[in-house]
Design a protein around this ligand. Structure first.
Ligand SMILES: Nc1ncnc2c1ncn2[C@@H]1O[C@H](COP(=O)(O)OP(=O)(O)OP(=O)(O)O)[C@@H](O)[C@H]1O
Length: 331
């Protein structure tokens, strides 16, 4: 779905840079017995790239739907650049653009023709803007092709181009890399980084910790409608457990015996064969060098999970009591 503001899209000059782009306080949405979003609070500052991260069903899209005014919260407060739906109606979305789920276009028209149509419908889009946004999303050269022939990744990028037509202050993207192949994921991440570098505030939802880690400054991690962490990626990284590697060697028995003397590494037999090694990377390096020095060949060494991925699974799949209180969100 493509979502835009009304014709008065430019941010009023009275919005000062201290005003949060998004400020949600104890926002709640219920569907019958199910509380899809349960009193969540989060703040996205201007200029930030902020991720809402969570597994399927965590409540990410429900939150974004409330932001776009597509559904009403049952309780709580939500402000966008200091404006609220109750007080300001559709003006709440001035300077905001983006899409929820996937952007929709006329498949029998070219990417450019779709943008031209949108620009005409919206009005007030400056001449030359279409060219500019096509360049930004790297679709120049393919803009004359019918959208029906576009890859999923190209459609997503066209969705971002459509959102950028109005030169928004806040770009909201719902799982922008979902369903993309590795090249599409790489392109989408590069695009978001470029947009962020230009000063645009970006709020995106994702179920992929690696994506959020790579492109976001701050994150709210959701689990079944509740916030289990919010804060900076840097602070989260500090609390992440040690990375887990899987090692196979020419003599795993000897390698295990050597590993037993290598604290603080935890070296154990891996459930799927080989050896599991968990611990700081500098100790892992020394361990591997010692094995080679002893004539034990390394056949493979793979990173099983980054520390943040491990933490994400701990936060979203285990009981909230299973992780340190320091990680619990101060929602
Ligand atoms: N219109 C609706 N009616 C009833 N239940 C709904 C509705 N929309 C969402 N839900 C439920 O609310 C919960 C949160 O859904 P939501 O789509 O927000 O999660 P999500 O984190 O975006 O996950 P996904 O990535 O799977 O979309 C889910 O249990 C979902 O089934």
């Amino acid at each position: 779905m493509r979502l835009f503001t009304d014709a008065s899209w430019r941010l009023p000059s009275v919005v000062d840079m201290e005003t949060a782009a998004v400020n949600a306080s104890r926002l709640t949405k219920r569907y019958g017995e199910l509380t899809a979003v349960d009193a969540i609070s989060l703040m996205v500052r201007q200029g930030e790239v902020y991720g809402i991260l969570g597994p399927n069903g965590a409540g990410k899209t429900t939150f974004l739907r409330m932001l776009f005014g597509l559904i009403r919260p049952d309780a709580g407060r939500l402000e966008v650049f200091g404006r609220s739906w109750e007080r300001d109606g559709t003006a709440t979305l001035d300077g905001v653009a983006g899409f929820i789920e996937s952007p929709k276009f006329y498949p029998y028209l070219s990417g450019r023709a779709n943008l031209e149509l949108l620009a005409r419908l919206d009005g007030g889009v400056p001449v030359g803007r279409i060219e500019q946004v096509l360049q930004t999303v790297d679709l120049v050269g393919r803009d004359g092709d019918k959208v029906s022939g576009y890859s999923f990744g190209m459609r997503q990028r066209l969705g971002v181009a459509a959102a950028l037509l109005r030169d928004p202050q806040l770009l909201v993207l719902d799982e922008p890399a979902n369903g993309l192949d590795p090249a599409g994921i790489r392109d989408m991440r590069a695009l978001v980084k470029r947009l962020a570098a230009s000063g645009l505030t970006v709020l995106l939802s994702s179920h992929d910790m690696a994506e959020v880690e790579e492109i976001c400054d701050g994150v709210t991690i959701m689990r079944r409608g509740t916030v289990v962490y919010h804060g900076t990626i840097a602070a989260l990284r500090e609390q992440a457990p040690q990375p887990a590697h899987r090692l196979t060697t020419s003599d795993d028995g000897a390698a295990l015996r050597e590993g037993a003397r290598r604290q603080p590494l935890a070296v154990t037999r891996h459930d799927d064969g080989g050896i599991a090694v968990r611990g700081p990377e500098e100790h892992l390096d020394a361990y591997v060098a010692a094995l080679v020095a002893r004539g034990i060949a390394i056949r493979s060494l793979t990173l099983e999970e980054t520390p943040l991925e491990t933490l994400f699974f701990m936060l979203t799949e285990t009981s909230p009591d299973a992780f340190p209180h320091a990680l619990a969100a101060s929602a």
